[in-house]
Design a protein around this ligand. Structure first.
Ligand code: AMP
Length: 397
């Protein structure tokens, strides 16, 4: 056998294709996370989750993330939070109407009929805000964008226009391409990665929204067969409820009215959020009461709150989520007991007692072994890395 004849053949073997660089992005109402190869990327010193906030202070700077969010009470009209609620929404839509009832921004009709924020840095549309959030997060996590293909998640309820706007926001960070996947599909992918069961229920309680979905995971692509929720129900409501409760106790105990002044009350809300999160680990937490005296801003008292108290305060909110789960199951034509798996997403699924209530409702222990604040981005990163991406929607280079 003449070996020299075989060599050129071996040399002509096609080179393996260069591995595509990909990321998954959860551009959330409250927080944004970017993940690569099933791992959420971390921001030095502060975990993987960045508030979806952009602020335009008088200095002319543009602040992103936690630095922006801290300004929400002192400069509300120039601190944009929750822009996702109106991304891709027309000025005359119900989304914009509802948003204006909840937030203090100067919103105006943009030249092309979209809702835009009027800030001291000029008119900013929600797509610009989303782009600034994603660019800021990529910078903080040192996530490259050049030649990187991104998949971003969007709620099931987003129509084509809102998905395109979400995709466009992410393109502003200069990724090579951006595609969209539905949020509960990303969560189901993160947990299953391959078709292995019939019905899964995704219970997603975030900072500002509740989303529930039945996902058919029996074959690719996974399909959402029922969905619903409340776009104005989440951890923010819990924080405000605890803050009002603490304000009542402080008024009765010390005679201070913390609910009178927006900045003081917002500081109390932030302190209550910290205490709420601490209650996942301990039976009780201390809340530092912000001073009502501008001349002595450091002086404050402490109020202790227990897990039991928070569980009581959130009972109504939790009941409302189950009423919506009833509707979603009915829409899909299935029963709670038909669910083979329950996947939790959203930071508020860590609320004291909630996982027990979910287990009672479905008669099955929910899965929460993946971090509920990262799971959506992790699933999106899997979808992004796949060569065949049947579950992806709306290409937008
Ligand atoms: P997400 O929208 O998924 O980013 O979730 C953000 C919400 O999760 C915020 O309202 C947080 O306060 C809430 N959250 C985060 N960690 C916890 C925790 N340990 N316990 C209760 N709520 C939490």
């Amino acid at each position: 056998m003449d070996l020299t004849q075989t060599r050129p053949h071996i040399l002509r073997r096609p080179m393996p294709a260069r591995k595509r660089k990909t990321v998954g992005i959860d551009l959330g109402t409250t927080n944004t996370v970017v993940a690569r190869n099933f791992e959420a990327l971390s921001i030095e010193g502060s975990g993987c989750v960045m508030p979806s906030a952009v602020a335009f202070p008088p200095s002319g700077a543009t602040l992103v993330g936690s630095a922006a969010r801290r300004r929400r009470a002192m400069d509300p009209k120039n601190t944009v939070l929750s822009a996702k609620r109106i991304i891709g929404a027309r000025w005359r839509s119900s989304y914009t109407g509802q948003f204006r009832e909840h937030y203090p921004y100067d919103l105006v009709e943009g030249p092309d009929g979209w809702a835009v924020f009027k800030t001291r840095a000029g008119l900013k549309c929600p797509v610009d805000i989303g782009g600034t959030v994603v660019s800021g997060l990529c910078e903080l996590t040192k996530c490259p964008v050049q030649d990187v293909h991104a998949v971003v998640t969007a709620p099931v309820g987003f129509d084509r226009r809102r998905r395109e706007a979400t995709s466009l926001a992410v393109s502003k960070a200069k990724f090579a391409s951006v595609r969209v996947i539905e949020e509960p599909i990303a969560t189901a992918l993160a947990y299953l990665n391959r078709a292995s069961l019939k019905y899964a229920f995704v219970y997603d309680l975030g900072g500002g929204t509740f989303d529930a979905a039945v996902v058919d995971c029996s074959s690719y692509p996974f399909r959402v067969i029922g969905h619903g929720g409340d776009p104005y129900l989440g951890g923010d409501d819990v924080d405000r409820t605890i803050a009002l409760h603490v304000a009542d106790r402080t008024l009765a105990r010390d005679g201070w009215d913390l609910s009178n002044d927006a900045v003081t009350f917002d500081r109390l809300v932030l302190a209550c959020e910290l205490a709420k999160c601490e209650l996942s680990e301990s039976e009780q937490a201390a809340i530092a009461i912000p001073s009502v005296d501008a001349a002595a801003p450091e002086s404050c008292g402490i109020i202790t709150i227990t897990r039991e108290e928070v569980q009581q305060l959130t009972l109504d909110l939790v009941r409302r989520t189950f009423a919506m789960c009833d509707e979603v199951l009915a829409q899909a034509g299935v029963k709670a007991r038909d669910m083979e798996a329950i996947f939790l997403a959203g930071g508020s699924t860590r609320l004291p007692g909630l996982r027990g209530y979910i287990e009672s409702y479905f008669g099955k222990r929910p899965r929460f072994d993946l971090d509920p604040m990262q799971v959506v981005s992790m699933g999106a990163s899997l979808a992004a890395a796949r060569p065949a991406v049947a579950e992806l929607l709306d290409p937008c280079a």
